[in-house]
Ligand binder design. Sequence first.
Ligand SMILES: Cc1cc2nc3c(=O)[nH]c(=O)nc-3n(C[C@H](O)[C@H](O)[C@H](O)COP(=O)(O)OP(=O)(O)OC[C@H]3O[C@@H](n4cnc5c(N)ncnc54)[C@H](O)[C@@H]3O)c2cc1C
Ligand SMILES: *[C@@H]1O[C@H](CO)[C@@H](O)[C@H](O)[C@H]1NC(C)=O
Ligand SMILES: *[C@@H]1O[C@H](CO)[C@@H](O)[C@H](O)[C@H]1NC(C)=O
Ligand SMILES: *[C@@H]1O[C@H](CO)[C@@H](O)[C@H](O)[C@H]1NC(C)=O
Ligand SMILES: *[C@@H]1O[C@H](CO)[C@@H](O)[C@H](O)[C@H]1NC(C)=O
Ligand SMILES: *[C@@H]1O[C@H](CO)[C@@H](O)[C@H](O)[C@H]1NC(C)=O
Ligand SMILES: *[C@@H]1O[C@H](CO)[C@@H](O)[C@H](O)[C@H]1NC(C)=O
Ligand SMILES: *[C@@H]1O[C@H](CO)[C@@H](O)[C@H](O)[C@H]1NC(C)=O
Ligand SMILES: *[C@@H]1O[C@H](CO)[C@@H](O)[C@H](O)[C@H]1NC(C)=O
Ligand SMILES: *[C@@H]1O[C@H](CO)[C@@H](O)[C@H](O)[C@H]1NC(C)=O
Ligand SMILES: *[C@@H]1O[C@H](CO)[C@@H](O)[C@H](O)[C@H]1NC(C)=O
Ligand SMILES: *[C@@H]1O[C@H](CO)[C@@H](O)[C@H](O)[C@H]1NC(C)=O
Ligand SMILES: *[C@@H]1O[C@H](CO)[C@@H](O)[C@H](O)[C@H]1NC(C)=O
Length: 633
Amino acid sequence: MGPPLLQLFALSAAVLTGVTHGALHFETAQLEARHFAAFDAASFAKGPDPVQAACREFPGSEDWPSDTDWQRLNTTLNGALLKPLPPAAACYVGANYDAAKCRYLINNATTNHFYLDDPVTVLTQWTQGGTCLPALNATGICLQGGFPVYVVNATTVMHVQAAVNFARNKNIRLIIKNTGHDFGGRSVGAGSLSVWTHHLKSFEHMPRFSLGSYSGPAAHYGSGLETWELFNNMARYNITVVGAGGRTVGANGGWFASGGHGNLASFYGLAADQALEIHAVTADGKFVVANEEENTDLFFALRGGGGSTYGVVTSVIVKTYRPINLTTSTLSIACRPPANTNMRAPLAPISNTTHLVNSTELFWQALHIYFRFKRTVVDAGGVDWDYLYPLGNGSYSFRVRTTFPNTTTDQATRLLEPLYTAFTRAGLNITLDRAELRPAPYAGTLTPTPPATPLANTRYRSRLLPRAGWASDAAFNKTFAALRTAVQDGGYTLHGLAIGPTAEVAGWPGRGAAVNPAWREAVLHACLMTEQTGGLTAAAAKTEEARVQGYMKVIREASPGAGSYMNEGDPGEPEWQQAFYGANYRRLLEVKRARDPWGVFWAATTVGSEAWEVRTADGYPRSQNGRLCRVVK
Ligand SMILES: Cc1cc2nc3c(=O)[nH]c(=O)nc-3n(C[C@H](O)[C@H](O)[C@H](O)COP(=O)(O)OP(=O)(O)OC[C@H]3O[C@@H](n4cnc5c(N)ncnc54)[C@H](O)[C@@H]3O)c2cc1C
Ligand SMILES: *[C@@H]1O[C@H](CO)[C@@H](O)[C@H](O)[C@H]1NC(C)=O
Ligand SMILES: *[C@@H]1O[C@H](CO)[C@@H](O)[C@H](O)[C@H]1NC(C)=O
Ligand SMILES: *[C@@H]1O[C@H](CO)[C@@H](O)[C@H](O)[C@H]1NC(C)=O
Ligand SMILES: *[C@@H]1O[C@H](CO)[C@@H](O)[C@H](O)[C@H]1NC(C)=O
Ligand SMILES: *[C@@H]1O[C@H](CO)[C@@H](O)[C@H](O)[C@H]1NC(C)=O
Ligand SMILES: *[C@@H]1O[C@H](CO)[C@@H](O)[C@H](O)[C@H]1NC(C)=O
Ligand SMILES: *[C@@H]1O[C@H](CO)[C@@H](O)[C@H](O)[C@H]1NC(C)=O
Ligand SMILES: *[C@@H]1O[C@H](CO)[C@@H](O)[C@H](O)[C@H]1NC(C)=O
Ligand SMILES: *[C@@H]1O[C@H](CO)[C@@H](O)[C@H](O)[C@H]1NC(C)=O
Ligand SMILES: *[C@@H]1O[C@H](CO)[C@@H](O)[C@H](O)[C@H]1NC(C)=O
Ligand SMILES: *[C@@H]1O[C@H](CO)[C@@H](O)[C@H](O)[C@H]1NC(C)=O
Ligand SMILES: *[C@@H]1O[C@H](CO)[C@@H](O)[C@H](O)[C@H]1NC(C)=O
């Protein structure tokens, strides 16, 4: 166990009296004794939980708070408590039926910010149980399922503190939802109270900032900021901040907490590597500041050790850099494309710039050459982002976007030359379109559209393939053969990202973060992707799990000792402690036990989560549509 609780309380009390490097405006309103004087359920932790209930309370359970209790919580929160239905409730016969609203959901909501402003919806729905899917004239009934029962629409730190205290004191499952992008069901939970961080959006630019061993420019932003908003701030202040690739992903939140990759990852490191200070509400309800000098255990854990585990992060102070350009090159190769390739895909598989090769073997030869080149990409500070689609009958399509920061057209041409030389040498007529290589600013004025929509049920299984797999021809052939098998025999789409956030690139203090050590060795974040619908039966889902694990096993065997990126990983990853956290797991578990002895924060495959399980009615693997109970040993 870590430091005694009393000592923790003393530390956080010091923070309350103002040892911060500046709070954002929404952080100045904090929970005080007067707020809970007449409502003990919102008071700070008085010590470790003596009860250790077998399960969290659940609607209908004996000690589920009364309506009066919830109303009093709402009063403490100045009215910020919501009891939202799933938006698609409008599509189902009954009191909430609203044909116009349902039509809007289906025709319009997926093309704007609607779902991101909804307090409960998440983009990947199968973990919720698919209990209220939007459909015109839906049949059946709409149930809350894995969505939370109550939501705190947090706009101050006080709101977050009161929610955490109430959940802990009343034995309620607590979840945190930011954007709801998580692929593993970590922002839903049946019978829960949700802390919704979406509206904690401030951004402050600090041209001169000093803290510990860092002195230089920085930015301070809230946990609700989205990537597109971060980019707009970069353009506004003429700075660079490390951001995500997906523009509606949270710029702090879960992306940041598990590492967070983007176009600058091989150049400046991951998101978590940028943090100089993190502000959070811990499980005892206190608002704390973590940096190189104070609450160093949390400072370590919150930078890569996972979201929804040690506290609710309210803001982060990160390094900023001078403006930077990216030079991007795309390459598209296909073989024997069927006439109709009109598939829903993030990168259109076939276009007029696609290089068509004549045989399946030539196609795989071209891919072998490109995948071998990935290590050169990351060593040059670049990243790439590709999709390899099996189209059936020996037909395939591949498209990649390769990005180099701070690189002129001439430099980029030279970097890419060995690739195209290798194509020519293999007799492949694949040439570089040099006209395409124009440097463009990384910052920019972005809009949130088109966001991912809740219709996406993308299921990731992935592996951070290490440098060792590129060390020799034989090693690379083994790496590549494993990927080829999954695509060719398994029929899976391969989403491959060359990313190399080495310890050297991470710099200080990034090097000392809890980021999965597998990231430091990585050349390729290789993801097998499927779409899993809410309609799959539990038995069918289990069969599919077993099938994909067969192919993942081959990939794991080709990358011994490596790991996986939780944010784009499998919530059913076997031996996830090693895969998602590596050698950091033991230390992170100590931080978790010391900071959250109550187990207030819980989400699938987070540190310490093996102590609890979700008990579902149908046994659907990894579903969050059930009551959270302690694992009985
Ligand atoms: C369209 C799309 C694009 C993506 N692009 C990228 C990409 O470019 N790079 C990349 O690395 N990943 C990417 N991802 C994956 C992404 O990192 C994960 O989905 C991540 O969980 C999103 O975090 P969030 O805060 O936005 O979402 P949420 O689902 O709201 O939260 C994710 C997890 O973090 C926890 N959490 C959120 N906020 C806080 C907080 N303030 N304090 C504590 N815990 C918190 C939640 O409880 C949950 O467990 C993408 C995902 C999608 C759907
Ligand atoms: C909380 O209070 C506000 C303001 O009075 C009210 O609008 C809201 O409906 C209340 N929430 C719940 C869950 O009752
Ligand atoms: C919704 O989309 C339809 C079809 O694109 C369009 O005609 C309609 O005006 C849109 N409605 C709203 C409210 O945006
Ligand atoms: C839904 O019901 C309405 C009214 O009954 C009908 O006009 C419409 O065609 C139905 N839509 C679908 C998709 O079934
Ligand atoms: C949440 O709070 C914000 C800020 O006060 C407000 O704009 C928004 O409408 C609220 N959302 C819901 C669903 O009540
Ligand atoms: C942006 O910053 C760079 C260097 O930090 C500087 O050279 C450039 O003039 C600035 N541009 C604007 C428009 O201020
Ligand atoms: C980025 O590229 C543009 C045009 O290609 C150029 O004008 C600008 O100076 C470059 N900016 C940086 C920071 O290199
Ligand atoms: C390819 O298609 C794009 C958009 O459809 C078009 O702008 C471009 O001119 C085309 N290029 C060639 C070489 O035909
Ligand atoms: C592919 O086949 C076509 C037609 O058979 C031929 O003209 C072309 O040279 C071949 N290309 C390659 C790269 O083999
Ligand atoms: C594969 O080829 C067979 C026989 O030509 C055809 O019937 C089938 O539709 C093809 N499948 C796909 C996915 O193109
Ligand atoms: C970008 O490239 C220029 C020219 O090669 C170099 O002077 C500068 O240090 C580079 N910037 C960074 C941040 O690496
Ligand atoms: C090589 O490809 C280009 C277009 O990408 C085409 O114009 C040319 O004819 C091809 N050459 C051979 C030998 O196939
Ligand atoms: C690796 O694979 C390539 C392409 O298939 C082949 O040419 C080469 O001989 C293989 N090398 C080894 C050491 O297996």
